[in-house]
Design a protein around this ligand. Structure first.
Ligand code: SF4
Length: 258
């Protein structure tokens, strides 16, 4: 018998010994997905616990088995530590700094942009430079400070020459933002720009259509407005942006009172 067949047979026998004739797991073998039974789990299995307990344990094992380490993070700091050296897409090679996010980890409002620009890449913080200053002014106009909200991007690394993020880059990086949202638990999200909104909502809409409606992401209200960099290029859009952020603040106030 070849080595690989022997290994598979032995692994299946181990499974059978632990779980009987049920096969748990997905066919996604990878070095990343290693899991060691906790002492408690091993004891439950060894002591011949009831089927209900065994099934619960098997589910816990299964749920954990295919999670990458960062998905088990309990805090933003832990998530940062597990992701800041990411090289999952080519942008890891070209970035200067990984731009994780900034702000209040318990914020009610999360602002999401597209990707770091040159200043962000240099400083490791989202929305700095002229666009960042304008964002701070927009927040101030609705009585919010930068420290009151959390600010992050769909991509954590800068695309070279500020080109648009590629779909594959957004798909690869998106789980990090998903985990940030899970940890922050915001009541409302404001997407800054069409790219960020479509990536979050998995849609292909114009910014005009995105701005018209309140969407939901996992039960969280989502509004969209212009990216501050676009407002710097075309100040005529500031009036519309002002209407968007007033709507955002009014909804935020309602959600926070509830
Ligand atoms: S853009 Fe995201 S997925 Fe790509 S290297 Fe940076 S952190 Fe990793």
């Amino acid at each position: 018998m070849s080595d690989i067949k022997k290994q598979i047979t032995e692994a299946l026998k181990d499974q059978q010994e632990i779980f009987g004739n049920f096969l748990y797991g997905k066919l996604e073998p990878s070095k990343k997905y290693t899991y060691t039974h906790s002492k408690e789990t091993a004891e439950v299995i060894e002591t011949g616990a009831s089927w209900q307990v065994r099934e619960k344990v098997a589910k816990d094992i299964n749920d954990n088995l295919f999670l990458e380490d960062f998905q088990k993070s309990k805090s933003l700091d832990e998530l940062y530590n597990l992701t800041h050296e990411c090289q999952k897409c080519p942008l890891g090679k070209t970035r200067t700094k990984f731009v994780f996010g900034v702000g209040n980890p318990d914020a009610d409002a999360l602002l999401i942009g597209e990707a770091p620009g040159a200043d962000e890449d240099r400083l490791g913080e989202p929305f700095v430079g002229r666009a960042g200053k304008l964002l701070n002014d927009i927040l101030k106009a609705i009585n919010l400070k930068r420290e009151d909200v959390y600010i992050a991007n769909i991509l954590k690394c800068r695309p070279p020459n500020n080109r648009d993020p590629l779909p594959i880059e957004m798909e690869t990086c998106f789980p990090y933002l998903q985990k940030q949202i899970e940890l922050i638990k915001p009541k409302i999200i404001l997407c800054l720009g069409r790219v960020a909104a479509n990536a979050l909502l998995n849609k292909k809409l114009s910014l005009g259509d995105l701005r018209k409606s309140v969407f939901e992401y996992n039960g969280i209200k989502v509004l969209s407005t212009y990216h501050p960099a676009a407002l710097l290029r075309n100040p005529n859009w500031k009036r519309d942006c002002w209407e968007d952020v007033k709507k955002f603040k009014s909804l935020l106030d309602q959600l926070v009172v509830v």
